[in-house]
Structure formats: C-alpha cells, structure tokens
Design a protein around this ligand. Sequence first.
Ligand SMILES: Nc1ncnc2c1ncn2[C@@H]1O[C@H](COP(=O)(O)OP(=O)(O)OP(=O)(O)O)[C@@H](O)[C@H]1O
Length: 300
Amino acid sequence: MTTTSAVTLSGVTKRYGTVQAVAGVDLTIRSGEVVAMLGPNGAGKSTTIEMLLGLVRPDQGSVQVYGSSPAEAIAAGKIGVMLQSGGIIEDAKVGELLNLVAGLHKDPMPVAEALDRAGIADLTGRKLKGLSGGQKQRVRFAMAIIPQPDLIVLDEPTTGMDVESRRDFWASMHAETALGRTVLFATHYLEEADAYADRVVLMRNGKVVADGTAAQIKAGVSGRTIRATVPGADLAAFAALPGVRSVETRGDVVLLQCGDSDDTLRYLLDNTNAHDIEVTAADLEDAVLAISAAEEESVA
Ligand SMILES: Nc1ncnc2c1ncn2[C@@H]1O[C@H](COP(=O)(O)OP(=O)(O)OP(=O)(O)O)[C@@H](O)[C@H]1O
C-alpha cells in the first residue's frame, strides 16, 4: 500500500434547513484502502459521499480527490460511483446502457469485461425495467467499474440483495480491490464492514465518532473478556493490573474485562492457579452500540 492520499475531506459541513446533516468531518483515505462507512439512518453517510463526489457543495470545508476537485477527478475517470438509486435508464437494455456509459469515458474497460466482472453477462439483452433490485445493483456496479477508476465509491451497494447475491457481489468487489483500487462503501451491515473493510469509519449525528480497523474499534470499546476458574483468587491484585478494567466473580469463576488481555493472561498463567481460561472479543455490533450510547450521552 502506498501512502498517497486518495480522498481528503477537511472540516466539511452541510446543513439542510434545521438539520445539520454533516457537522465537521475530517477524513483522509489513502490509496489502496478499503473503507466502510457505518452509521444509523440519518448519520450523514450519503451526504458525506455526495460531497466527496461533488454532487453536493459543502457549506464549509474542502474536498480533494487525488489532489483535485471531485468534478476534475470524475472527468478524469478516477472515480467509479454506485449510488443507491438513479443512473439507470429503465427502457434500455443492460448492454446498451453499459455501452452508453463506456462511451462517456476516455479509457473504459470493454463492456463484455464489465458485464463479466459484475456477474451479469447473461443479462446483456434484458431491459432494465424487468430486473430485480439485486440485478439492478449489479448493473450499477458494472457502471461503476467501467471507467477503470482508481477509487470506487458505493452507497449501500448490497441493499435489496439476498444473502447469496451479497456474497457474490463481495467476491466481485474483492477482485477489484485485489487490483489495488481504493474503495469507500457505506453500509448498515456490520458484518460487511467487518469482513471486507481494512478500516471502519463510524458516523453518527453528522460526525465521525470512531475510525480504525474493525479489530481496533472492537478492542477500543469493549476490549476482551477473560473468564477463568481461579480458586481463592486475589481480586484486589487482579483489579490492580494495568490491563484490567473491571473484575467480577461467580463462585470460583472470575470475569475480567480487559483493555490488554495478553498481559493479563500472562499474569494469570504465571502467578495464579487459573484454569479453564476463555478469552472472548466483543463483536462489532457491541462496539457500535457502545460508541453510539457514549455519543448519545455526550450530546444529551
Ligand atoms: N436533500 C436533503 N434535503 C433535506 N434534508 C436532507 C437532504 N439530504 C439529507 N438530509 C438530511 O440530512 C441528514 C443526513 O442524511 P444522510 O442521507 O446523509 O444520512 P445517511 O447516514 O446516509 O442515512 P441512511 O443510512 O438512512 O441513508 C438526515 O437527517 C436527512 O434527513
């Protein structure tokens, strides 16, 4: 991975009437990163993406994509876009639409290749209006990759797809990221962020409230829980360990909430008669709920 910056948002804000849709977002995406933008409805994900694409003008702040404005980056074929709706001519056939899109770009990939990569070669002669929601999403995906972009931006790409289609979609996407493309996708599906992104940006109330790998977000919020049977445990000694946040007991079983579970495990093995030790990590959903609750408290 290089350190070239693909996207730089600095102090970006957007207000619609009384709604502060985006309330000061700073975000840098490096070339080659696959970034998931997560957040509840109304968090500001789509508005942030629309500003990144130059579809909406920020009230304040600046947006740069590969060092130029979004409009310049799009004109240069550097960004491929898949939005939640629009972009489709219902009366056109899939192949016709993709030929049209290819004609708009300087160096498009062959339409047959885009169809193939999106897994819709068999739909070439079908009219858009007869396709299912998931099939249309795949057509949008083919449209996004046709310019052979450096950056692919997808707003909730798998909405309306069943589980199998979602899996196939991500397999197609994986082939794109393997080519070193940079990807930003918004999603409500935590497991998609966990499975496919190098980095998770969690938005809430128009702000970025957490930013890191899925593993960092999980660890930063809830750490790990160590459960062990420790007859005659010295609870005060556990509580004094630097990696331990809280100690609970159930009979001989001790539950330790840890920021740093490795050091705590070493201590348990070296200094106590602990046995039946289990270590569990919080899942991303726990982490997101905890961050959202903390944010809610700070807003209230
Ligand atoms: N064109 C608009 N006019 C008025 N309000 C808008 C407009 N676009 C967005 N908003 C408001 O701005 C806030 C942020 O919306 P946005 O669509 O960016 O959130 P989101 O995180 O993408 O949500 P979702 O997950 O539901 O797509 C919401 O309160 C929304 O109602």
